[in-house]
Ligand binder design. Structure first.
Ligand code: GDP
Ligand code: MG
Length: 297
C-alpha cells in the first residue's frame, strides 16, 4: 500500500498560481544535536533524504549533522508536484560557548535572501531559483524545564528572519501531564521573553465549525510535541511507524501519542502557502528594506 503525505490539497491553498509548474517549499530544522531533527524530517516526508549520500564512513552512519546541508526531493502525489528542500543544520550543544550557535544559521537565511534580492534585480528574473527558507522547526529538549538560554537566544536572533515553529523533541520521554506542563511553561516563556514565533492566521468567520475547532486545537498545541521514527512496528494488527519499548509501542502518527500528524497537516495541508506568504511579505520585505536603506546611505 502507498502512504500519502497529503500535499495533494495544495492547489486549494492558492488561487491564481499555476498548479502545473508544481510547488516548492523549504523547511529548516534547528536545535541541539541529538534531539531527533534528522529523524523527524525523514518521518515527515517518508523519504529517505540521506540515502543518496555516498560518504558512508562510520561517523556518517550515525548521522551526525556537522554542517548546514540542503536536501532536495521531488515528490508527486495525485498529480501534484512538490519540490521539497530540507535544510538540516548542525546541532549545537557540546561547544563550550553555545551562545553564538545561531550565527551560521542566521547567516544562511540572510544569504538566501541576498541571492534572491540580487537575482530579482538582475536580468534573468524569470528563472530565479528561490532558496528562501519558509519555516524553521526549532527543537526544544524534553529534558529541561522550559526554554534554556540557548533556545531563547536562538529564537530571538532568528524571529525577524524566518517563521519559527517550536517543537518539543522526543515527546515519548515525557508523560502526557509532563507534556502539558512543559508546553504551558514554554508558551509563557515565549511571551515573557518577547519571542515572535509563527502566528497562525485568524480563522475566517465563514468557515464551518469543524474547521474552526481544528484551527483552535492547532493553535493550542504549540509547541508541538513530536516523536520521530523511521522504524515500522506492529500495533493493533497494523504496521505503523513507531518506537518499540518494553512497556509498549509509541505510534508516531497516533494523535493521542503526539502532535506529529498535527504538525504535518499544518505544514503541508493547511498552512504551507501562508508560511510562504509570510516569508515573502514580512521576512523578505524586512530584508529588502534593510538592503535598500544601506544602499542609499
Ligand atoms: P539530530 O542530531 O537532531 O539530527 O538527531 P537524530 O535524528 O540524528 O537522532 C538522534 C537519536 O535520537 C537517534 O538515535 C534517533 O533514533 C533518536 N530519536 C530520534 N527521534 C526520536 C524520538 O522522537 N524519540 C526518541 N526516544 N528517540 C528519538
Ligand atoms: Mg541531524
Amino acid at each position: 500500500e502507498k502512504e500519502y503525505v497529503g500535499f495533494a490539497t495544495l492547489p486549494n491553498q492558492v488561487h491564481r498560481k499555476s498548479v502545473k509548474k508544481g510547488f516548492d517549499f523549504t523547511l529548516m530544522v534547528a536545535g541541539e544535536s541529538g534531539l531527533g531533527k534528522s529523524t523527524l524530517v525523514k518521518s515527515l516526508f517518508l523519504t529517505d533524504l540521506y540515502k543518496d549520500r555516498k560518504l558512508l564512513n562510520a561517523e556518517e552512519r550515525i548521522n551526525q549533522t556537522v554542517e548546514i546541508i540542503k536536501h532536495t526531493v521531488d515528490i508527486e502525489e495525485k498529480g501534484v508536484k512538490l519540490k521539497l528542500t530540507i535544510v538540516d543544520t548542525p546541532g549545537f550543544g557540546d561547544a563550550v560557548n553555545n551562545m553564538q550557535s545561531w550565527k551560521p544559521i542566521a547567516d544562511y537565511i540572510d544569504q538566501q535572501f541576498e541571492q534572491y534580492f540580487r537575482d530579482e534585480s538582475g536580468l534573468n528574473r524569470k528563472n530565479i531559483q528561490d532558496n528562501r527558507v519558509h519555516c524553521c522547526l526549532y527543537f526544544i529538549s524534553p529534558y529541561g524545564h522550559g526554554l534554556r538560554p540557548v533556545d531563547t537566544e536562538f529564537m530571538k536572533a532568528l524571529h525577524e528572519k524566518v517563521n519559527i515553529v517550536p517543537v518539543i523533541a522526543k515527546a515519548d520521554s515525557l508523560t502526557p501531564i509532563e507534556v502539558k506542563k512543559l508546553k504551558e511553561r514554554i508558551r509563557d516563556e515565549i511571551e515573557l521573553f518577547g519571542i515572535k514565533i509563527y502566528q497562525f492566521p485568524e480563522c475566517d468567520s465563514d468557515e464551518d465549525d469543524d474547521f474552526k475547532q481544528q484551527d483552535k486545537e492547532l493553535k493550542e498545541s504549540i509547541p508541538f510535541a513530536v516523536i520521530g521514527s523511521n522504524t515500522v512496528v506492529e500495533a493493533r494488527g497494523q504496521r505503523v511507524r513507531g518506537r518499540l519499548y518494553p512497556w509498549g509501542i509509541v505510534e508516531v502518527e497516533n494523535q493521542s501519542h503526539c502532535d506529529f500528524v498535527k504538525l504535518r497537516n499544518m505544514l503541508i495541508r493547511t498552512h504551507m502557502q501562508d508560511l510562504k506568504d509570510v516569508t515573502w511579505d514580512v521576512h523578505y520585505e524586512n530584508f529588502r528594506a534593510r538592503c535598500i536603506q544601506e544602499m542609499t546611505r
